[in-house]
Design a binder for this molecule. Structure first.
Ligand SMILES: *Cc1c(COP(=O)(O)O)cnc(C)c1O
Length: 360
């Protein structure tokens, strides 16, 4: 069976080395030494100023919303994973969907202004497939209209724009370190900000608002992560460059076939250093996509319709928006298998099947 992704697992001995230390210290969670070490290592690797390691990428978005004290309407994209929208609703905010740019699959900045009303407080945009949003245009609109900006960077680990980490943009950027993501800690995530005051607020939010054992500075929740998860991150971080370079080679192998394919790949801006987190293709029509999925499944190959459905179609979203581009792309997008142990022969087989269906 070839799944859409397989979590990376490092040599078990390297993880075991960390376990001995955890047993010796008998310190399992609550901002332990491995959590601190991972935060330092991530800041160093990503070349960013502040980062907090949190429970997962969804809690990261919720902490960001809370820290910025967002209320009312928040402009967001209908083409993302459900956690982007559900976090907003969970925090009592109302998502306002703005359509995407068909070339990048990211929120279209030219459509943001017309969606702003007096009760709009922020923009929450996703770097879809790790492909950066038009951050300069978004940040310019936000500054001029006095809105906060959160980037859901769940896919964007290690991505840079003009040599700078993509997590440096906006007020807060979040990332997911879930097992299926490019860099993982089994479950986990992070919040990144340049603002020390926001960092402090999120550190309190992550730990019940504790300011010492008997004082509470503010409202908080349990957004912490454990020494075991941090250990997995410390080991995996040593492999991340290698993982990215293997994925790059595999993606280039797919690219050779994609030229003869009835569809397109999202466009990545030229000044971006991409992380090859996914290999998405957008078919010319949904019928062809469904036929391809069916045939691949018959051959034990399991690509994923990602993202599907469009988030406008969630049962708890009541806004009647009409993001036709997002809906159309959600119906035609497919992520092909991509993981570090996939082989070039398997890629050739996958594309042979796709082309056979297409040319039938
Ligand atoms: C995975 C993902 C999340 C959620 O991250 P978790 O760590 O699984 O909670 C949020 N947004 C996007 C775009 C994602 O892909």
């Amino acid at each position: 069976m070839i799944p859409v992704t397989k979590p990376f697992l490092p040599p078990i001995e390297e993880y075991e080395k960390y376990l001995k230390g955890i047993w010796n210290r008998n310190w399992l969670t609550n901002n332990g030494p491995l959590v601190n070490e991972l935060e330092l290592a991530l800041k160093d690797y990503l070349k960013i100023k502040h980062l907090l390691f949190v429970t997962n990428g969804t809690i990261a978005i919720q902490l960001a919303i809370k820290a910025l004290e967002l209320k009312g309407k928040i402009i967001t994209t209908p083409f993302s994973y459900v956690a982007t929208t559900s976090s907003l609703v969970w925090e009592g905010c109302e998502p306002v969907f703005v359509d995407i740019d068909p070339r990048t699959c990211n929120i279209d900045p030219s459509k943001i202004e017309e969606a702003i009303t007096p009760d709009t407080s922020a923009i929450l945009a996703t770097h879809v497939y790790g492909n950066p949003c038009d951050v300069e245009a978004i940040d310019e609109i936000a500054k001029r209209r006095n809105l906060k900006v959160i980037y859901d960077g769940a896919h964007a680990f290690g991505v840079t724009l003009k040599g700078k980490s993509i997590f440096e943009y906006g007020d807060i950027s979040t990332c997911s370190f879930h097992a299926t993501k490019l860099f993982h800690t089994v479950e986990g995530g992070s919040v990144v900000t340049k603002d020390p005051a926001l960092l402090k607020r999120m550190a309190y939010l992550r730990n019940f608002g504790h300011d010492g054992p008997e004082r509470f500075a503010q409202l908080g929740i349990n957004g912490k992560n454990s020494e075991f998860h941090a250990a997995m991150g410390l080991v995996n971080l040593k492999y991340v460059d290698q993982i990215i370079s293997v994925r790059k080679k595999l993606s280039e192998q797919y690219d050779k076939f994609v030229r003869t394919f009835q569809g397109v790949k999202p466009t990545i801006a030229p000044d971006v250093s991409y992380n090859f987190a996914y290999y998405p293709v957008i078919f010319n029509d949904e019928k062809l996509l469904l036929k391809v999925v069916e045939t691949l499944n018959q051959n034990w190959i399991h690509p994923r319709r990602y993202f599907f459905p469009s988030l406008e179609d969630l049962p708890y979203v009541h806004q009647k928006s009409h993001c036709e581009v997002a809906r159309s792309i959600a119906h035609r997008a497919l992520c092909l298998p991509l993981f570090d142990t996939l082989t070039t022969e398997e890629i050739a087989m996958i594309f042979r099947i796709i082309l056979r269906v297409q040319n039938n």
